[in-house]
Design a protein around this ligand. Structure first.
Ligand code: SF4
Ligand code: SF4
Length: 191
């Protein structure tokens, strides 16, 4: 039969020697390989005691930002939901009532805003699409859970707290290029 590779070996049926029968050289050889790995650089982390540092623009759990006065920035325009390739975002728009100016920045707001974290692929398209600087991905992780329903995150988990000292910092995401892009008011996105 024609051999296609040089990896095949001819099997020998010759009687094994005593050393081969006690497997000692093979065991020692195996132990030497194992010992050698003890002194190599480790590629694993002892999670959760040790945590791998995140990239500055890590795309983790979303936040819905408030403006400097504490009002929700989202106007329920739906652009993030349209941009989302995983169809993970749903929302219901509502009209702001007199007296609610401190809660919602514009006349329209999202009374319901939900992201299905099981569908989300953390691509960041929603953040890019948002013209109101409302939605951002952060370096926070979505915690694991055993129930699928709990992965649908509503406003209670997405909107940042009202207190100044508890706001979610997204300044790392505002790179020079992003800020330059957002200054260009000729773009429909920034109007
Ligand atoms: S990060 Fe991507 S997949 Fe997740 S909600 Fe935003 S647009 Fe959708
Ligand atoms: S694109 Fe921004 S303002 Fe529009 S619905 Fe999404 S988060 Fe709200």
């Amino acid at each position: 039969m024609q051999v296609l590779t040089n990896r095949s070996k001819v099997v020998s049926n010759k009687e094994m020697t005593l050393m081969e029968r006690i497997y000692l050289p093979a065991i020692l050889g195996g132990m030497m390989i194992t010992l050698g790995h003890f002194f190599r650089k480790k590629h694993t982390f002892q999670y959760p005691e040790m945590k791998r540092p995140f990239a500055p623009l890590y795309r983790g759990m979303h936040v819905l930002k408030r403006d400097e006065n504490g009002a929700e920035r989202c106007t329920a325009c739906g652009l993030c939901a349209v941009a989302c390739p995983a169809e993970a975002i749903t929302m219901t728009a509502a009209e702001r009532k007199p007296g609610e100016e401190k809660l919602y920045r514009e006349e329209k707001y999202a009374s319901v805003y939900e992201i299905n974290m099981l569908r989300c692929i953390f691509c960041g398209d929603c953040e890019e699409a948002c013209p109101k600087e409302s939605i951002f991905l952060t370096d926070r992780l979505v915690p694991s859970d055993s129930l699928r329903q709990r992965f649908v995150y509503g406003k209670d988990l997405l909107v940042e707290p009202m207190e100044e000292n508890k706001r979610v910092d997204i300044s790392k995401r505002q790179t020079k290029e992003v800020l330059e892009f957002k200054k260009n008011k000729e773009l429909q996105h920034n109007k």
